[in-house]
Design a protein around this ligand. Structure first.
Ligand SMILES: C[S@@+](CC[C@H](N)C(=O)[O-])C[C@H]1O[C@@H](n2cnc3c(N)ncnc32)[C@H](O)[C@@H]1O
Length: 393
């Protein structure tokens, strides 16, 4: 069946219409005419897969990766960079109204962390739709050294191994390898120079259970169970945006919510008399406390709690920074932020759907002032948004 692609949907798939019903076709580009097979047919929509491109977009390029057509790891290897950027900016305009600036990072080899699945010894990503494993030997999004570790593991396949592998690399090119499952060759990894820290089923077999990450002039301890941004350059961009925006502000009390290892709280501490970080993960909270000493910070307090259990106790806050997970803010936290009416609110988000939903509630008391995008996840349909809000006068 032949269809013409009208536009991108929010996930970067092409959208066409068949008898007035929408059809989503992944890896297609607006204005292309494609011959498709229908792979899913629902009452309100269908999904299709390209069989043949009849009229090709000038924005189409040859994907660099041989796994691209089966793997669910990225969405835009077939598209020119300029079009991917346009898609992300348009998405921000549709969801939030406008975009003030778009900050690029690296095109490839930008990810410092990957979680891979292992099925019967084969290592790879899940196909997004089926949870079938797509075995990989390298991924262009990952840092080069992480790819060397994947190659090493692929050279030591153990067909009884089922589980999960997390590989992280820091700015000193140290590797932290976390293996969950039953891997018979784990001891072979001990002597390998590629691996600095090896954690096997929550036991440290080599090195430590953390490493130190250097970002600009800061140092951060990161436990293997703690969150840390996966794109270092992207994090530097966020820090610079915060520095630029806050440099003239005189802040008394500041909240850093969903604080992880208090990376952003430590940045905020330069501009405030007192900062309070709140984080539910115990490992990240302990890292944060250590990070205060590492960076000689004495005006930041770290609280190990769920934000929603604590937020009601605050008043007279000058600035709140929230950086929640993809699901965004819960109702209790939102209601308390509305009551708190801090003069400034910064919302950092990797999911525009939940960001837009939460801004709808916050707009009763806050004005959206600036929208910045940081391309934290190039070649995927995700982008990090930093929204600056001010309380309505
Ligand atoms: C996107 S990360 C941001 C971390 C930090 N701001 C940073 O940039 O490194 C979100 C963090 O929120 C934490 N978290 C998730 N739900 C939470 C909750 N209800 N209360 C407190 N922390 C939470 C997670 O453990 C994670 O560390």
């Amino acid at each position: 069946m032949q269809v013409k692609i009208e536009k991108f949907d929010d996930l970067g798939q092409g959208l066409a219409r068949i008898d007035n019903k929408v059809c989503f076709i992944e890896k297609s580009i607006p204005d292309e005419v494609v011959d498709i097979d229908i792979t899913l047919n629902k009452k309100d929509y269908s999904k299709g897969k390209i069989k043949n491109i009849i009229l090709e977009s000038k924005d189409r390029i040859e994907p660099i990766c041989k796994y691209y057509h089966e793997c669910g790891g990225c969405q835009f290897l077939h598209l020119k960079d300029s079009k991917e950027k346009e898609f992300k900016i348009e998405k921000a305009k549709n969801y939030l109204g406008w975009c003030d600036n778009f900050f690029e990072t690296l095109e490839f080899n930008y990810r410092d962390k990957v979680t891979l699945h292992v099925k019967n010894g084969l290592i790879g990503y899940y196909d997004t739709k089926s949870h079938d494993l797509v075995q990989i030997n390298c991924c262009y999004l990952l840092n080069k050294k992480i790819n060397l570790v994947i190659e090493l593991l692929n050279n030591n396949l153990d067909s009884n191994f089922n589980g999960e592998i997390i590989i992280r690399e820091n700015s000193n090119e140290e590797i932290m390898l976390v293996i969950k499952g039953n891997y018979q060759y784990v001891n072979k990894l001990l002597d390998n120079d590629l691996i600095d820290n090896l954690i096997y089923n929550d036991k440290v077999l080599k090195g430590k259970d953390y490493f130190i990450e250097n970002i600009l002039d800061y140092k951060f301890k990161v436990h293997y169970n703690s969150f840390f941004q996966v794109n270092r350059l992207g994090l530097e961009r966020i820090i610079k945006i915060l520095d630029k925006t806050l440099k003239d502000k005189k802040l008394n009390k500041v909240l850093d919510l969903y604080s992880g290892t208090s990376v952003l709280g430590i940045i905020l501490s330069k501009y405030a008399k007192r900062v309070i970080s709140i984080e539910e993960n115990t490992f990240a909270t302990l890292d944060a406390k250590y990070n205060l000493e590492l960076n000689k910070i004495n005006n930041l307090e770290v609280i190990n709690s769920k934000v929603e259990d604590y937020i009601a106790s605050f008043k007279d806050i000058d600035l709140v920074l929230v950086d929640p997970t993809r699901s965004g803010l819960d109702k209790k936290t939102l209601n308390n932020l509305v009551k708190l009416k801090s003069p400034y609110l910064i919302y950092i988000s990797c999911e525009m759907i939940s960001l837009k939903r939460d801004l709808e509630v916050l707009k009763d008391v806050y004005n959206l002032k600036k929208v910045y995008l940081v391309d934290m996840f190039p070649k995927t349909n995700k982008v990090e948004t930093i929204a600056f809000l001010e309380v309505l006068k």
